[in-house]
Design a protein around this ligand. Structure first.
Ligand SMILES: NC(=O)c1ccc[n+]([C@@H]2O[C@H](COP(=O)([O-])OP(=O)(O)OC[C@H]3O[C@@H](n4cnc5c(N)ncnc54)[C@H](O)[C@@H]3O)[C@@H](O)[C@H]2O)c1
Length: 435
């Protein structure tokens, strides 16, 4: 390692997950099974990827842990909040993602993860009916309870650092409104006034995390930390934030495939994406107000990769549509179809069809691990505010839309940003151009 200023990963890293459903239990079980040497953390960049540092004769390809001090999996302690009072073992069994043989060896550890009471408001997820909630709490009381939960967890489990990860259901869409979300003062006033329309429960988690010096990651498309008040709070508290929406299946394919069309200067007349999904996430997203949040996030990907202003002959007015259909027989095994209408030489039309038979939580679990480990690393490296280098893992990367900043959605440009950040935090030069 070089002369980097990044602090070492000493002591325990607490990962507090909001939501103890399919994604979180698959993530936790995989980490525990890996620690016992019973499985491999396939798909995790922090555990597998190697990147180049140095140039010319000095170049070396190293794992992240040999460039920067990444927390060891053995040092992770988990906690969770959920609307349902079901422990992580039962929840993993109910989720029906992993086979019993892949859960049983870590049953004892999973049984110990009992969800704390959720900061929840049924209006934000009408299809959920759980009782493990902070009954009657105002938004400000939710914040105070959550702060106490974080402090207690640290103390009881001897945890040095905490990261809070939202892997709970997608809330209904809360459009950023500067009157309530524009400044820290406005946000706090709305929380204290118990403004239930403008303050989503997720904002209470994020606010509590930042105030407790814990980085916050938004894995759903919720606008939670994607508002100026939260950006300012992250700057003020010097804590990193990241979001939104794990980039796992269809959007991963889209952000990796669209560059093929753009690089070869082919035209696009339409891209239709649809999915069938049968897990609880699919059930929540069947509600139009919840789907709206997802739709905004999923639609944003193409526009910054295939840009009309750059190539008016190729990308003017293409039709982009995204749908998710709740279909119980498929459980977590989402099937995505993409129909892409492109045109080539002299405008002749062609079609590309992509059929991805994926497993939602299997794709999301390694992202949870990477996002938690990398945001903890960023914190120790003295970084704070929106972590753009984590866009690689996110469908709808946070950016300062109030200043017209354009997010980077192109998968390979995002990878360059990730590699450069790792290099910098390891004391090397960020030497790749994003172009
Ligand atoms: N799996 C993927 O590929 C993927 C990709 C992108 C985003 N996501 C998002 O990740 C999230 C989790 O997905 P999942 O499949 O695990 O869903 P899930 O329904 O299995 O789990 C979500 C859990 O969150 C709980 N919850 C809801 N609101 C809460 C609150 N306010 N506080 C505490 N707990 C709360 C629910 O009770 C539920 O148990 C969803 O928002 C989903 O949209 C998943």
């Amino acid at each position: 390692m070089t002369n980097s200023n990044t602090k070492p990963a000493t002591g325990k890293l607490g990962i507090m997950v909001v939501g103890l459903g399919a994604v979180s239990t698959t993530f936790m079980t995989g980490v525990m099974m890996t620690r016992k040497g019973l499985t491999k953390p396939v798909g995790s960049m922090t555990q597998y990827d190697k990147i180049r540092v140095g140039r010319g004769a000095d170049k070396k390809y190293l794992h992240y842990k040999d460039i920067v001090p990444i927390a060891d999996l053995n040092d992770i302690e988990f906690a969770a909040w959920d609307v349902f009072p079901v422990n992580a073992y039962e929840s993993a069994m109910n989720a029906n993602v992993l086979k019993e043989k892949d859960i049983e060896p870590v049953k004892d550890e999973l049984l110990k993860i009992k969800p704390m009471k959720a900061a929840f408001d049924k209006n934000y997820a009408k299809r959920l009916d759980g009782d493990n909630i902070m009954h009657g709490a105002t938004r400000w009381e939710m914040v105070e309870n959550l702060r106490a939960d974080i402090r207690n967890f640290k103390q009881e489990r001897g945890v040095d650092r905490v990261v809070v990860l939202w892997a709970a259901s997608t809330e209904i869409y809360v459009a950023p409104d500067m009157k309530y979300h524009g400044t820290i003062e406005a946000l706090e006033a709305a929380m204290k006034a118990d403004n239930k329309e403008q303050i989503a429960p997720s904002m209470c988690y994020a606010y509590a995390a930042l105030k407790e010096n814990a980085p916050f990651i938004m894995g759903a498309p919720n606008t939670t930390v994607d508002i100026p008040a939260m950006w300012d709070l992250a700057e003020e508290t010097k804590v990193p934030i990241a979001g939104k929406d794990f980039k796992t299946g269809q959007t991963l394919v889209k952000s990796g495939f669209a560059p093929i069309i753009g690089t070869r200067c082919l035209g696009l007349s339409g891209w239709f994406s649809t999915n069938i999904l049968g897990n609880r996430d699919g059930l929540v997203l069947d509600e139009p107000a919840n789907f709206r949040t997802k739709e905004v996030s999923k639609l944003s990907t193409l526009e910054s990769i295939l840009v009309e202003e750059n190539q008016p002959d190729l990308y003017t007015n293409y039709f982009h549509k995204v749908r998710i259909n709740y279909y119980p027989p498929r459980d977590d095994n989402k099937e995505g179809w993409d129909n892409i209408d492109i045109f080539g030489w002299m405008g002749y039309p062609m079609q590309i069809k992509i059929n991805f038979l994926c497993r939602d939580s299997i794709l999301a679990a390694p992202l949870c691990l990477d996002l938690c480990l990398l945001i903890d690393l960023a914190h120790r490296a003295g970084r704070y505010g929106t972590q753009r280098f984590l866009s690689f893992f996110l469908k709808s990367p946070m950016h300062d839309y109030t200043k017209g900043e354009v997010p980077v959605n192109h998968l390979f440009q995002q990878y360059v940003m990730l590699k450069n950040a790792i290099r910098e935090m390891g004391g090397y030069e960020a030497d790749e151009e994003i172009d």
